[in-house]
Ligand binder design. Sequence first.
Ligand SMILES: [Mn+2]
Length: 304
Amino acid sequence: MNTQISLIGAPTDIGAGMRGASMGPEALRVAHLTRTLESHGLQVQDRGNLTGPSNPWLPPANGYRHLDEVVAWNQSLHAAVYAELQLGRLPMVLGGDHCLGIGSISAVARHCRDTGKNLRVLWLDAHADFNTNSLTPSGNLHGMPVACLCGFGPEALIEIGGQVPAIHAKWVRQIGIRSVDQGEKRFVHEQGLEVFDMRFIDEMGMRATMEQALSGMDDNTHLHVSFDVDFLDPAIAPGVGTTVPGGPTYREAQLCMEMIADTGRMASMDVMELNPALDERNRTAEVAVDLIESLFGKSTLMRK
Ligand SMILES: [Mn+2]
């Protein structure tokens, strides 16, 4: 795996229904993200924070809230992630709300086109994030990034990566899903997204889930992990805007991350939706850093 990591802070809550995810990047730094990664021999460069429009906190227009501002943030993130990939580094986006997945993953997809790689996206989340402006109950764009990446959304967003759609639904594996809006559910089925929901994890276990989600990759696969912190059960991760009970436990989440690390193919990632305003003494940031550590190969098990 690439040991040259670039941290890119994207401090905004522009696509969220609650304020506070804009403080996520700093909370991850305060939880010793850099030092922790360095302790595993990784070379970390913290590129600091991107800047962009502030949150005007307006109601939706045409089913989208803050569309212009979401476009601006994602354009800037797209450029930053693409630049790091071109330098041969592993970009780690510190969100920020999950609308930023559009800029991040469209850049990864563009890099994969340049280099002839096959993209696999692991979407760890309580939500499918597959809404459109006609399906969404809220207009919050953090519920729409996967749909936008697959070509369903406003032009200004779906075109950021230079090709529409930026990715295909069949490249995506969603894990931990347990809250999907009615219309969104139908659309997920129509588009053939592969979803490993909590029912699946309950019945099959995290190990079989991850074996399936990670199957079919090879030397030419670029694996992107988009980690929405609300993937985790709120008992271990209360500091997110949209908690949904019944998520993976600490051990299940560790196993998930360790199995991703075992593939050695992760080449870019996002950490999204951490909301320090709702956290308790930064404990959710600390759990997130702990899990990121496992993503980079820290094993709790005594293995040779
Ligand atoms: Mn999400």
